[in-house]
Design a protein around this ligand. Structure first.
Ligand code: 13P
Ligand code: SF4
Length: 307
């Protein structure tokens, strides 16, 4: 089947099944182009919570589809590649978070949305990269515990002045970038601003002119008065960046910034998942007892809006 035919077939199946296609900013360009909504984790969670569709086809990684299933339990949520996970989300289990809580009684648990439903169920509130500061402030405690991302936690601590204890998780795609690499890229592009995702190491964020979520990076690149921008996040972003700011040049802070899980999903996978939606093979389900304990943390996150 040609590319165009696949795209038409996907759109017609979405119409037939009253489906909505939610696509993360790191997905392959051809999938972003087909999206009803392309965005960051917060935008996609908000869209999943309020959609009128019966079927949510989530092109992203597992925790994102799981959040949609928690927020919209009456919808069918489909993940075209069930093997698209997030290594950072797998770095802490519910049992480990229970041990953290036992070791720090009374300390509010702020959990990055890049986590399992079971971990969210043990949490007071969730956050994404676009509202981690507001969410952490909102708990109104001098000390908080943030899991699982150590880099996000340290970045939040700098901005809120709270004591932020944290789990030692990280995103392999962002954590592997070193400050020295970024300095070399900056030296090759003098004067170009550098914008980074808060999953990067603190010493990398120290070099940044701005730090933002994936959608925040797109907005920054549109508004900044510069022809060239150095971008410190997953390179799938370059598709949206070039579309939104056609006259500008985007330079990767490191060519290694590729999330293999985000790249798994193809148009063929989306089509097949839609064709077989009724089989249940790609349906993301969250057990009722876990959902009941996780939903409040996610709803509080949505209520916090953006930083
Ligand atoms: P955003 O919420 O900024 O889109 O980030 C999600 C993610 O997985 C970053 O690695
Ligand atoms: Fe997870 Fe990192 Fe991939 Fe984002 S880029 S989905 S945090 S592994």
């Amino acid at each position: 089947m040609s590319g165009d035919t696949i795209q038409q077939e996907i759109r017609s199946l979405l119409a037939e099944k009253n489906g909505v296609l939610l696509v993360h900013n790191y997905q392959r360009g051809e999938i972003q182009d087909l999206a009803d909504i392309a965005g960051d984790s917060l935008a996609l969670s908000m869209a999943a919570a309020k959609t009128d569709a019966d079927l949510i086809v989530f092109c992203g990684v597992h925790f994102m589809a799981e959040s949609a299933a928690i927020l919209s339990p009456d919808k069918t949520v489909i993940l075209p590649r069930m093997d698209a996970g997030c290594p950072m989300a797998d770095m802490i289990t519910a049992e480990q978070l229970r041990e953290v809580k036992a070791a720090h009684p009374g300390v509010p648990i702020v959990t990055y949305v890049n986590s399992s439903a079971e971990v969210k169920a043990e949490s007071d509130i969730c956050c994404t990269s676009s509202n981690a500061i507001s969410v952490t402030r909102s708990v109104g405690s001098d000390t908080v515990y943030l899991a699982p991302d150590q880099n996000l936690a340290q970045w939040v601590a700098r901005h809120t002045g709270q004591e932020v204890l944290y789990w030692n998780g990280y995103c392999p795609t962002h954590h592997r970038v070193r400050a020295e690499q970024v300095r070399q890229v900056m030296a090759r592009h003098p004067g170009a601003p550098f914008i980074a995702h808060p999953e990067c190491r603190p010493e990398v964020l120290d070099l940044a002119d701005a730090v933002a979520s994936t959608s925040g990076i797109i907005a920054y690149c549109q508004s900044v008065a510069a022809d060239t921008v150095i971008v410190g996040t997953e390179t799938g972003m370059f598709h949206q960046l070039r579309k939104n700011s056609p006259g500008k040049t985007f330079v990767a802070a490191s060519e290694d910034m590729i999330c293999p899980n985000m790249k798994l999903t193809s148009l063929d996978d989306v089509l097949e998942a839609l064709q077989t939606a009724e089989s249940g093979a790609n349906v993301v389900r969250v057990p009722d007892d876990v959902r009941a304990r996780a939903v409040a943390a996610l709803e509080k996150m949505l209520a916090a809006g953006r930083d």
